[in-house]
Every structure is written in C-alpha cells, then in structure tokens.
Ligand binder design. Structure first.
Ligand SMILES: Nc1ncnc2c1ncn2[C@@H]1O[C@H](COP(=O)(O)OP(=O)(O)OP(=O)(O)O)[C@@H](O)[C@H]1O
Length: 272
C-alpha cells in the first residue's frame, strides 16, 4: 500500500505532543509512528508518566498533536479535516475512562448517562435501547434508575462500557479501566470488555460473557494498563512507551524480546 501502513484503521506518523505551561514543558509524545488495524487488540504499557494517556487522547482525535498526523479510516489528516469529519472520527471510538464517576454528569441517573450517548432523552425507544445496553454489559436494567454515585465501582465501570458501546464504535479505548477495583470486579469488567470487543453479549445474571452476541462485529481494542497480566490477557499486541516514545511493539504472547523498559515491567509483575 502506498501509504506504507498496510491498510491500518488508525495511523500515526511523526506524532509529537507537548504539555504544560511556559515554566515546565513536557514532551509527552515524541515522534510516534503507529498503525493499528481494524479489529486488532493492543495494550499500551509503560511506567507512570510515559505518555500512555496522552497517546490514547491523540489516537481518539480528542487531543491535537503539535507535530505529525493522525489518519483514521478514510480521513487522511484528521486535524486538517473539516469539523464535521473530525466529529465522525471521534464517534468511531468508545471511551472507557479510568474513573467513570468523574466523567459522568452528577445530575444524571445511570440510564441517562447511556441515553445521552445514544443521542436522546431516556424515553420510549431510547429507554429500551438503554436497557439492552445494560443487559449487554451484565447490568440489571433496574440499575438505570440508580445514581452512579450509589453504585459499586465495578457497576459504574460497566455503565461506562455501556456508554462507550452506545455509539457503536469501531474501536474501544480503555484507559486503566479496572484501577481501584477489587479482583472480582476487575475480572467482571475485563470479561465485559473482552466480550464486547468481539461483538458479544452478557446476561445480567451470568458470571461470564458470551462472545457470540448481537452485533457480531469485532472491534479494535486499545487498552492502557500498567499490569502486564491484563495486557497479555486482553491484547494480541503490546506497545511499550517510555518518555513519550514507542520503545517496543511485540506480540503479547512473546514479550521476551523487549528492551529495558519492558524488562523492568516484566520483573515487577509477579508470576507472569
Ligand atoms: N496537563 C499537563 N501539564 C503538564 N504536563 C503534563 C500534563 N498532563 C500530563 N503531563 C505530563 O506528560 C507526561 C505524560 O503524561 P501521561 O498522563 O500521558 O502519562 P501516563 O503514562 O498516562 O501516566 P500514568 O500511568 O501515571 O497515568 C508526564 O510526564 C506528565 O507529567
């Protein structure tokens, strides 16, 4: 292919992003080249401050690189495209943040959070669509009338997954989606993300999630984590960031060939 990206869904070329004010400028991303294919699952790992969150903000078309280009699908240079096209690019991404609660409008019930993402008030058909999304992430639709602040952390994260799915995204982006959850809640959220990536469904009462559900479409997954066990479980490919650069890009089941940054993470991970 002439672009040299093998037909990737997402391509970054020479991306730099600098953060901070006059006194303290940080090169959060430096010359990042990256291609992610449709349906691919990628874990982004690296120590704190290495640029992981900055990278996903740029990939999703939320944060503008100071240099370099982002291509998503047929939009060659997202930041030079008209606003209408940029909005369409953003709608290809479903975002699951680290702490869902801070990303929810505190006035909203859980059902409203998802209804808003569907683009309507929580009435009539929208109510049925919200209930279906709750069921897909294994939440009792009765929780639609609950305030997120009165839910468990795991339930809230699943509301965030339902909200992400409301836009029928091509890519699920999850930035440390299980931090702060206990082990069982972590498992449940990861199961839901894995099933929904495969276009699957989760019954409200079932412990596991069924990968053969209603949409039948495999989505790409970009998952930020500092936990290599989660990276290996959820992703086919692991990208390692250090000081804003991609220093390793490896198959998740073969992390032996990584450089010092990855070796440090491997050594810090018990029983990998
Ligand atoms: N608003 C900001 N102003 C200045 N510097 C920032 C800002 N946000 C992030 N940074 C710096 O940019 C670099 C990359 O930050 P980023 O949040 O992308 O890292 P990260 O790998 O996601 O970290 P963590 O794992 O701790 O969430 C860090 O050095 C961070 O201190």
């Amino acid at each position: 292919m002439s672009r040299g990206d093998g037909g990737a869904l997402i391509s970054l070329r020479g991306v730099c992003r600098t953060l901070g004010g006059r006194r303290r400028r940080v090169a959060a991303l430096r010359d990042v080249d990256l291609d992610i294919a449709a349906g691919e699952s990628v874990a982004v790992v690296g120590r704190s401050g290495s640029g992981k969150s900055t990278l996903v903000g740029v990939v999703a078309g939320l944060d503008r690189p100071h240099r370099g280009t982002l291509r998503v699908g047929g939009v060659d240079d997202v930041w030079r495209a008209p606003e209408r096209e940029r909005r369409a690019v953003r709608r290809r991404f479903g975002w699951v943040p680290q702490d869902a609660l801070t990303s929810f409008d505190p006035r909203y019930l859980a059902g409203d959070v998802v209804a808003e993402a569907l683009g309507g008030a929580d009435t009539g058909d929208t109510g049925a669509a919200v209930a279906a999304l709750f069921a897909r992430v294994g939440l009792d639709p009765g929780l639609m009338a609950r305030r997120p602040a009165a839910m468990s952390g795991g339930e809230r994260q699943r509301v965030a997954v339902a909200r992400a799915l409301a836009v029928a995204p091509d890519v699920l982006l999850a930035d440390e989606p299980t931090s702060g959850l206990d082990v069982l809640a972590q498992e449940r959220v990861l199961d839901v993300i894995a099933a929904q990536r495969m276009g699957g469904a989760c019954g409200a009462s079932a412990r596991g999630c069924d990968g053969g559900g209603d949409t039948g479409r495999r989505r790409a997954l970009i998952l930020v984590t500092h936990d290599l066990r989660i990276a290996r479980r959820m992703a086919e490919r692991v990208i390692v960031l250090e000081d804003g650069r991609v220093v390793d890009d490896l198959p998740a089941d073969d992390l032996d060939g990584g450089g010092p940054a990855l070796r440090r993470l491997v050594e810090a991970t018990p029983a990998l």
